[in-house]
Design a protein. Structure first.
Length: 170
């Protein structure tokens, strides 16, 4: 990852965290600022951010994050998993090694989904469309959330967000 990519990601993270106050900017200044950001950011950056957001939402909707059990929604989790599966090949085209941890996290989401939907080893129900794990099967041990390649849980902040290795949060 280039220094420019890292700076753009850090800037996007700061913006998402609300660290920049744009309330004093005129509409014209704000528009110019946004246009400059659009010149710097790449489509791949947006895709990668979207994939990571979907992994986090999927884990939350599966109730994997601490305190997120009440947010469990298997249909939303399935949509998040399918969204990651659709976008990941586009991101992998440029750097497959960089997205390996995301693929591992996706596998963990699929496994957790299958178990919760009754298609995993603990549920014993049918797998496949309409009642099991979305997408191709995964293997590996049962864990409570997305894991890093070594099988170790990758915790995030207080909300249990998954953070890709090499990003500002790890």
């Amino acid at each position: 990852m280039s220094h420019e990519d890292e700076a753009a990601r850090r800037h996007a993270a700061e913006r998402a965290a609300g660290e920049h106050d744009h309330t004093e900017m005129s509409e014209e200044e704000l528009r110019a600022h946004l246009e400059e950001e659009l010149r710097r950011i790449t489509v791949r950056d947006v895709l990668l951010q979207t994939v990571v957001s979907l992994v986090n939402l999927g884990g939350q909707r599966l109730g994997l994050a601490p305190g997120a059990e009440e947010l469990r929604d298997l249909e939303q989790a399935r949509l998040a998993i399918e969204g990651v599966r659709a976008l990941l090949p586009l991101v992998e085209e440029q750097d497959a090694e960089q997205v390996r941890p995301i693929r591992d996290a996706l596998s963990q989401l699929q496994l957790a989904y299958a178990q919760l939907a009754g298609g995993g080893p603990e549920g014993g129900g049918p797998a496949g469309p309409g009642g099991g794990e979305p997408g191709p099967g995964t293997s590996g041990g049962s864990q409570s959330g997305p894991a890093s390649p070594g099988g170790q849980q990758r915790g995030g902040g207080a909300g249990g967000l998954w953070v890709p290795p090499g990003s500002a949060g790890s």
